[in-house]
Design a protein around this ligand. Structure first.
Ligand code: CMC
Length: 432
């Protein structure tokens, strides 16, 4: 098969090389297109654009495949943990016993935050959204830990192990502190004998005179939620991290931008959107069928939140795993949540509806994660924060991949300008 693509443009015929990925994905290498022709490609939303070559995560949206560094998500979800997956995603391999111990020690060493930073929480108005607080606090890490965020690529890479551990451990501390302080509760600090998920639950729910000990099924469910969110290839927030990192910006600056990108309702904000949608359907006494009709009409401005994905066109493997885990968790806790019944109705109705079938719309990871988080006791406005905690290893790994390319280029797309042509200021215009 020819390893080039031919392009006929005006009176020229040009050839461009084909790049092939390890999973036989093919891309036309258009890096010289503009230099050769003066043309650029136009691909609004980047649905057909490969922005990088990456070794971290593989997705095949047609077949519903997701792999971290080659390992299928189903196997990882069954046998691994969030922290081992984080190590895998960041360093390329599951940790040995010794590497795991070192990684856990690094996480514990870096999990506290500067006490002056703790005082910063008090400056936020009580109504501040936890995602807004998280963006500010993650951005502040560069102020309090300047040695880990120099914007000198060589130094930032030398300190990478510590800054990576700091990002993963401090995001958990900051997230829980924002909840405690906003609710007038005393703050807790992580403990070295707890797992990552157990620690987060302790930070959120322990009080000085009543320590919260997470039931196994709860901490395991949370670990699974985090693990399933740990990386997802070139999604909006990860692409943002890479974009910012490509300018030479340090890890903390780049992941802060990722948190901002995640906040939107079409991305990480969808997990809150799902619960709000399910609650509204419940409050209206609908079993979901009225809502489905509205979501299909296109005029209502409503979408079936937790459905659809830019890449998955068959099923989202994370949704399959999380749907089953949700059922297990609610059973184990003896929780009866009417939202779960509505979600099941919506899923069945949508999967059998021509509108959703034609557009390849299936449940995504957010469809059931909110019901699980609610059963665990996590407040609704923190759902997207939980996504950010889970996605941290992916952001860190992608930043590292960008930062360690010796000939990396700054990301700088072009545009097709559709504004006014050159014109002169009005003759009678004199502002000064
Ligand atoms: N409900 C109803 N219609 C939908 C939905 C939905 N959830 N998603 C897409 N469509 C329709 C859309 O109206 C369009 O119809 P038409 O062709 O008639 O104009 C068609 O499907 C294609 O939609 P699109 O917006 O062009 O597709 P996209 O690939 O740009 O968007 C998406 C993907 C995830 C943003 C979108 O499916 C969506 O808004 N879903 C709901 C929000 C959501 O659950 N987001 C979480 C995504 S998974 C976690 C993450 O990675 O953040």
């Amino acid at each position: 098969m020819s390893k080039e693509a031919l392009l006929k443009l005006e009176d020229k015929e040009l050839s461009f090389p084909i790049i092939e990925g390890t999973e036989n994905e093919k891309a036309i290498d258009l890096r010289t297109l503009r230099a050769q022709t003066g043309y650029i490609t136009f691909d609004e939303g980047f649905g057909n654009t490969g922005s990088c070559q990456s070794e971290i995560t593989f997705i095949n949206g047609e077949k519903g495949i997701l792999r971290y560094r080659g390992y299928p998500i189903e196997q990882i979800a069954e046998k691994s943990t969030f922290i081992d997956s984080a190590h895998l995603i960041i360093y390329g391999e599951l940790p040995t016993e010794e590497q795991r111990t070192r990684f856990l020690v690094d996480l514990i060493k870096t999990c506290n935050i500067d006490t002056r930073m703790v005082r910063q929480f008090e400056a936020f108005p009580p109504s501040a959204h936890p995602m807004s607080i998280l963006t500010s606090m993650m951005g502040s890490l560069s102020s309090y830990y300047p040695e880990l965020s120099t914007n000198d690529r060589v130094l930032d890479l030398e300190n990478f192990d510590r800054s990576a551990a700091s990002a993963i451990s401090k995001v958990m501390t900051v997230a829980a502190m924002s909840h405690r302080i906003a609710n007038g509760l005393p703050i807790n600090y992580p403990k070295k004998d707890l797992t990552y998920a157990e620690n987060f639950l302790h930070l959120m729910f322990s009080s000085p005179n009543d320590e919260y000990v997470a039931p196994k099924e709860v901490s395991e469910a949370l670990d699974l939620i985090l693990l399933l969110h740990a990386d997802h290839e070139q999604n909006c927030s990860t692409s943002t991290v890479r974009m910012v990192g490509s300018s030479g910006a340090n890890l903390f600056a780049s992941i802060t931008a990722g948190v901002c990108a995640l906040w939107g309702p079409l991305h990480g904000g969808a997990n809150m959107g799902v619960i709000k949608m399910l609650e509204a359907i419940h409050a209206e006494g609908d079993d979901g069928s009225r809502f489905i009709e509205e979501a299909k009409s296109g005029n209502s401005g409503k979408r079936l939140m937790g459905f659809g994905h830019r890449v998955y066109k068959n099923f989202d493997p994370r949704a399959k795993i999380i749907g089953q885990a949700c059922e297990r968790l609610l059973d184990a806790l003896g929780t009866k949540d009417p939202c779960l019944d509505i979600a099941r109705n919506l899923e069945q109705a949508a999967l059998n509806d021509e509108y959703f079938i034609k557009r390849n719309l299936y449940p995504n990871v957010d469809f059931y994660s909110g019901i699980m988080m609610r059963a665990i006791g996590i407040p609704l406005d923190m759902f997207t924060v939980m996504f950010a905690i889970g996605r941290m290893p992916g952001w860190v790994a992608n930043w590292h991949e960008v930062a360690s390319q010796p000939k990396g280029k700054i990301n700088r797309p072009r545009q097709v300008f559709q504004g006014p042509n050159e014109r002169d200021l009005p003759a009678d215009y004199n502002q000064r």
